[in-house]
Design a protein around this ligand. Sequence first.
Ligand SMILES: NC(=O)C1=CN([C@@H]2O[C@H](COP(=O)(O)OP(=O)(O)OC[C@H]3O[C@@H](n4cnc5c(N)ncnc54)[C@H](O)[C@@H]3O)[C@@H](O)[C@H]2O)C=CC1
Ligand SMILES: O=C(CO)COP(=O)(O)O
Length: 351
Amino acid sequence: MTTPKKVCVVGSGNWGSAIARIVGLNVERNSKFHPTVAMWVFEELVNGRKLTEIINAEHENIKYLPGHKLPDNVVAVADLSEAVSHADVLLFVIPHQFIHKVCDTMQGKIKPDAFGMSFIKGVDESPSGLKLISAVIRDKLGISVSVLMGANIANEVAEGKFCETTIGCKDKDQGTLLKELMQTDHFRVTVVEEAEVVEICGALKNIVAVGAGFCDGLGFGDNTKAAVIRLGLMEMVAFTRLFCSAHSVSPATFLESCGIADLITTCYGGRNRRVADAFARTGRSLEELEKEMMNGQKLQGPATAAEVHVLLEQKALLDQFPLFNAVYEICFEGRPVTDFISCVQNHPAHL
Ligand SMILES: NC(=O)C1=CN([C@@H]2O[C@H](COP(=O)(O)OP(=O)(O)OC[C@H]3O[C@@H](n4cnc5c(N)ncnc54)[C@H](O)[C@@H]3O)[C@@H](O)[C@H]2O)C=CC1
Ligand SMILES: O=C(CO)COP(=O)(O)O
């Protein structure tokens, strides 16, 4: 009999906590997994108490996923090295901005035969180019990394409202095991091989969601948002083909939950949409609004627009991605938000 695999959730934000909740319940009824789940918590004080202590005493992350109990077998650990040291399966669920620091701390602390799955929606940009977050983890830690992306607003998942999701995994056995770890009656998992496409979809849809929020804030309606979603999807497909040229990019992957479905849910119910809407209505800075509206949660869309912009500029392709470019310029270069509509009106798809 093989030893049950220990799982560690690296992260404890809004999605990190919702994932810990699913995983905690699933490992209890599956002998392939160790019945206790470690959850790494970036320690902070909440109402004068350590967040780890609150989680371990009250079994609830009262700051990032209030109102939803975590199973008792999810143990919050503040020391990252300690949290990951015994894990066979590492689930990465942190805002993409922090991945380098977290992996650096984990170096030399994990089991050599551990493997990972990333739930992180974003990309990494550095002088050596644009990289998937899974590739950052793989390169820094020397482990195989799959991904899970889908139409999964964390609060709805925690409430047990039905949804689908996509695992991108190249190894059949690992894919099957990861599906067993994640799937519930309310959270249905499809495993596909095109892991790069799954991951890039998860990152790019956040840029489009910022554009959708601009339209909402400017007072446009559902038809306009549908146009933004359609044009955004076309840019997502084109960018994926450009970025993943060495890998196969099949239209079918965009029809999975990680593609069109995540794009739709984020453009209607996501945090990127909500903050971009407030930005267009109030003219206040994104930074200020993120602080005020998100209670410590982090936006991924504006940063992703900036990271993608670097590559498009280097390749002189900005004119082929006017929606991505407009989101970047409005967020970071002072372009008036009202320009977003003219960008959509004059999109090359209409010429
Ligand atoms: N929230 C959601 O509905 C969904 C989020 N995702 C993705 O999952 C990833 C994680 O998102 P969430 O769990 O929602 O995070 P979040 O948006 O709730 O971010 C807050 C988390 O970041 C941590 N943090 C703050 N400063 C840090 C630092 N310096 N180093 C490390 N951690 C720090 C906080 O302790 C907290 O755990 C993101 O890439 C997001 O796009 C994916 C699907 C759904
Ligand atoms: O990825 C998400 C839903 O699948 C959440 O999107 P936001 O980060 O915009 O809330």
